[in-house]
Design a protein around this ligand. Structure first.
Ligand code: 4AD
Ligand code: MG
Length: 461
């Protein structure tokens, strides 16, 4: 029976005299009289050292290279004065899969660029082993947070006719043969002949459907893939990312902001307490600062809170030349977000009440008639990680806002009915899962926190 190397290293195995492990060879060294293998099976960062006392008894040893997969049986012994407290004395070694010497992941430091080009092999490296285990644990933490608070986990459609954010970043989905698209009499694409009888795409957000479910179930959350055809080749944008979108009925922006702060701090705490191996690795190998200390500090401090208008005032007074000029009404650019979080507050902040003109149609209009009850959470190093709002629940006001944005009201009749029939104040937000992983780990490129990044020009693996 198969034992995980993590359990062997923790001496968490019943019979230490007869253990079988499976894994990939990281290194091989030795002489005529003794040989050593380092074996990793993906269960933890550390390798198991395999000691071969009589190499001449293992004629196939020559065929074992870095990358070769093995089944090894032997007995476990305690060792003194080494980082690992146990090693395995091999009694039998079976080669499962040969690995030729041109295996790209030879034992040396590889650049992130090189590893991205080998995204199909990088899960076998220390960094991406750690990152994938971290991602798995943090996914669990997300569910645990909401399940503990009695939220319902909902699934919203991936194919949809809506562009929730209205930013024109929808990937189109069609059943048409692209070489032979049917046109109507006016020479326009005739979507009535398409699979769904209308123009559809991949979801940019599950929010509208989450609103519908919240206005029936109370508290709900999504955790799913989200797609945006953003033409921005940046280190923080992916065309396919995972978003967590809670939506809460009978909930205003202040309640919403409390949940955001509690949720983020919960994730930080979870990382520190439940992902110690990963956090120590990130701290030593990845982050540019002492991330463990920073997160501890942040958990113990309140996030900064300012309105958009106050943020603009701070930026206008800043003794710094911004590339993009600051004035009321602009969308905050990375340089502005960085100044606010890294220079001015030096901690995560929540910015509220943005101008209506730069936000999506569904946000609740303030009495000043020009700002809306939006909140963005910005963090040092990464920028925006959360976008949320109190939703416009007043039917007439919402119709008016949608008309101002030239939206097709007929298309959203189902959505508007939630305001016609027993409307309630409700709020929610979206957390970019990759963004929070970047922030906690200190990883600086989104391509390195998701296994198969989808970015312009990259969909091969
Ligand atoms: O600010 P956004 O666009 O908000 C929404 O989609 C709302 N419907 C959420 C809601 O209220 N239910 O996106 C939310 C978050 C951003 O703050 C960011 O963390 C992440 O999603 N995000 C991206 N992450 C990676 N790559 C991209 N291209 C992203 N676009 C947004
Ligand atoms: Mg946003």
């Amino acid at each position: 029976d198969k034992v995980k190397i993590k359990d062997v290293l923790a001496t968490n195995v019943e019979d230490m005299s007869n253990v079988t492990v499976y894994g990939w060879t990281r290194t091989k060294r030795g002489s005529k009289n003794i040989a050593f293998l380092e074996l990793n099976d993906g269960s933890c960062l550390k390798n198991l050292q395999i000691v071969i006392l009589n190499p001449s008894n293992f004629p196939k040893l020559d065929k074992i290279n870095t990358g070769t997969s093995l089944k090894v049986t032997g007995y476990i012994e305690q060792v003194e004065g080494r980082e690992q407290s146990v090693e395995m004395k091999a009694e039998s070694i079976e080669i499962i899969g040969d690995c030729p010497a041109d295996y790209p992941l030879q034992k040396k430091e590889h650049s992130f660029d090189f590893l991205r080009e080998n995204a199909h092999l990088r899960p076998r490296t220390d960094t991406f082993g750690v990152m994938n285990r971290f991602r798995s644990k943090m996914s669990y933490a997300v569910h645990q947070f909401f399940q503990e608070r009695d939220f319902n986990y909902i699934q919203t459609p991936i194919i949809t006719a809506n562009d929730t954010e209205g930013a024109g970043e929808v990937f189109q989905v069609t059943n048409f043969d692209l070489a032979d698209i049917p046109l109507d009499e006016a020479g326009q694409v005739d979507y009535t002949q398409d699979f769904f009888a209308e123009k559809t795409g991949l979801t940019v957000s599950g929010q509208l459907e989450a609103e519908i479910l919240a206005c029936g179930l109370g508290d709900v959350y999504t955790f799913g893939p989200t797609f945006r055809a953003e033409n921005s080749n940046t280190s923080r944008h992916a065309a396919e990312f995972w978003m967590i979108e809670p939506e809460m009925a009978f909930c205003d922006l202040d309640d919403n902001m409390e949940v955001i702060e509690e949720f983020l701090k919960y994730l930080f705490k979870y990382a520190l307490e439940e992902c110690q191996e990963e956090m120590e690795f990130f701290n030593q190998q990845i982050a540019a600062e002492d991330k463990i200390a920073t997160l501890k500090e942040i958990i113990a401090t309140d996030f900064g809170k300012i309105t958009y208008t106050e943020a603009i005032e701070i930026l206008e007074k800043a003794e710094q030349d911004f590339e993009y000029p600051v004035k009321w009404g602009i969308d905050l650019k990375t340089e502005h977000e960085r100044y606010l979080t890294e220079e001015y507050f030096e901690k995560p902040i929540m910015v509220t009440d943005y101008p209506f003109d730069i936000k999506a149609f569904y946000m609740r209009l303030n009495d000043d008639q020009k700002t809306v009850r939006a909140v963005d959470c910005l963090v040092p190093g990464v920028g925006e990680i959360v976008g949320g709002s109190q939703r416009e629940e007043r039917y007439d006001v919402l119709i008016d806002l949608m008309q101002q944005m030239d939206m097709d009201l007929d298309k959203y009749d189902w959505f508007l009915e939630s305001r016609e029939y027993g409307t309630v104040p409700h709020s929610g937000f979206g957390l970019g899962f990759e963004r929070i992983l970047m922030y906690i780990s200190g990883m600086s490129n989104i391509r390195d926190v998701i296994s198969f990044p989808r970015t312009p020009g990259n969909a091969k693996f």
